[in-house]
Design a protein around this ligand. Structure first.
Ligand code: DOR
Length: 432
């Protein structure tokens, strides 16, 4: 596919580009970007020589490197009633993502290369965007015995995680960090001390007492963040902290980075958009793990995003069936269907002055690519034509009935959001 995207405001932090210009795609790869506007010698002029070229006029729109979600639950194999690779990637593309990382808590767990191979093949056949499998750290995600990470890496896993569950044993985590150094891929840590969180279904505090629900103290997360920082110091392995939700975790990460510890971290739109108050009325769509926290935590997460303590915004897209979310609060599964609202919710940070648009693109494209070692998240010539075109002024109301995801579980139902992706291009294929 040959394509000219003209007159758009191109933002690509990987090349320091922030200006109006034209972008040419030849054979599904980026050919060139030109910030010169007119004339024969412009990109548009040169592109006119390409065969069968299609033009997209992006006047008034922003042209970004395709977004990468480091943390997606696609549910296939095993939980196809919640989501499939097909529906999950359709949701991704609608949300402006051109690549997603599939977490391993499927059934069977992605803890061996035949499951990895299945995901890769299925994604090639049915996926609307690129899917990178994340392998389990331990067999069956039981936290006891390391999975065959080397073979899974060779098969295509880009990171390892027991997400959904922590690796409780510090020794097993140490070994995982040591082993994964051999292939230079990150271990993604779900930080939760199960002894502290046991039985908890929301943030521990006055509200949990009022609602009569068991709480999870912030320390359940922070104790593990502190342990993992210590283990990075010990092993010099590569560690990425998933779904940061508390002020204390941000503080620990900031201090660790200041001491020169090599560690990265993500948060998710729900942790900077809503607080535990969303749980009031026993709203199971606001039940998520780690739980939504307080105002102070939300403010600290925004500060952590602003000062670079938190490197990535990921969705933790966790679709569940409507019937499961209809159970009573403490029986319902945790998770938010996030792919189709993540970018628009994150754009609120730009409106609030927490991040510039370019910094947002760093957190949703450039940094995930760097952490995962992917040749993505950039509009450099030669890169895959993965592009997100964004209309900053377009408003819409969140209506889960319109989601492509099978998971309708969103606490943002009815919210009016401003700014949304209008065209997503995956390896040259235009979705609009
Ligand atoms: O809320 C969550 N849902 N947190 C997790 O860590 C796992 C996820 C899921 O798989 O449903």
């Amino acid at each position: 596919m040959n394509l000219l995207i003209k007159n758009g405001h191109i933002i690509d932090p990987s090349q320091g580009i922030d200006g109006v210009g034209d972008l040419v795609i030849e054979n599904n790869r980026i050919k060139e970007i030109s910030l010169e506007r007119k004339g024969k010698d412009s990109a548009e002029g040169r592109a006119s020589g390409l065969q069968g070229i299609r033009t997209i006029d992006a006047l008034g729109l922003y042209v970004l490197p395709g977004l990468i979600d480091m943390h997606t639950h696609l549910r296939e194999p095993g939980f196809e009633y919640k989501e499939t690779i097909k529906t999950g990637t359709m949701a991704a593309v609608k949300g402006g993502f051109t690549s997603v990382c599939a977490m391993p808590n499927t059934n069977p767990v992605n803890d061996n290369s035949s499951v990895t191979d299945f995901i890769i093949r299925k994604a090639i056949q049915e996926g609307e965007c690129t899917v990178y499998p994340v392998g389990a750290i331990t067999k069956g995600q039981k936290g006891e015995e390391l999975a065959e990470m080397g073979i899974m890496y060779a098969e295509g896993c880009v990171a390892f995680s027991d997400d959904g569950r922590p690796v409780m044993s510090s020794l097993v985590m140490r070994r995982a960090l040591e082993y994964s150094k051999a292939f230079n891929v990150p271990i993604i840590s779900h930080c939760e001390d199960l002894d502290l969180s046991e039985g908890g279904v929301m943030n521990e505090g006055l509200l949990s007492v009022t609602l009569g629900l068991r709480g999870v103290p912030p320390e359940a997360e922070e104790a593990m963040v502190a342990r993992d920082i210590a283990l990075v110091g010990l092993t010099k392995g590569r560690l990425h902290i998933a779904h940061v939700s508390t002020a204390g975790s941000v503080r620990l990460l900031r201090e660790a980075k200041a001491r020169g510890i090599q560690i990265s971290a993500e948060t998710c739109p729900h942790y900077f958009s809503i607080t535990e108050k969303a749980v009031e009325g026993y709203n199971t769509n606001a039940k998520v793990n780690p739980p939504l926290r307080g105002q102070e935590d939300m403010d600290s997460i925004k500060k952590g995003l602003k000062d670079g303590t938190i490197d990535v915004i990921a969705t933790d897209h966790a679709p569940h069936h409507r019937d499961e979310k209809l159970r009573e609060f403490d029986q319902a599964p945790s998770g938010i269907s996030g792919l189709e609202t993540a970018l628009s919710l994150s754009l609120r940070l730009v409106d609030e002055g927490v991040l510039t648009l370019s910094q947002l693109v760093e957190k949703m494209a450039k940094n995930p690519a760097a952490i995962l070692g992917l040749d993505k998240g950039t509009l450099k010539p030669g890169a895959d034509a993965d592009i997100t075109i964004l209309d900053l002024n377009k408003k819409f109301m969140v209506d889960s009935g319109q989601f492509f995801s099978k998971g309708k579980n969103t606490p943002f139902e009815g919210w009016v959001l401003k700014g949304m992706p209008v065209v997503t291009i995956c390896k040259g294929k235009v979705h609009e």
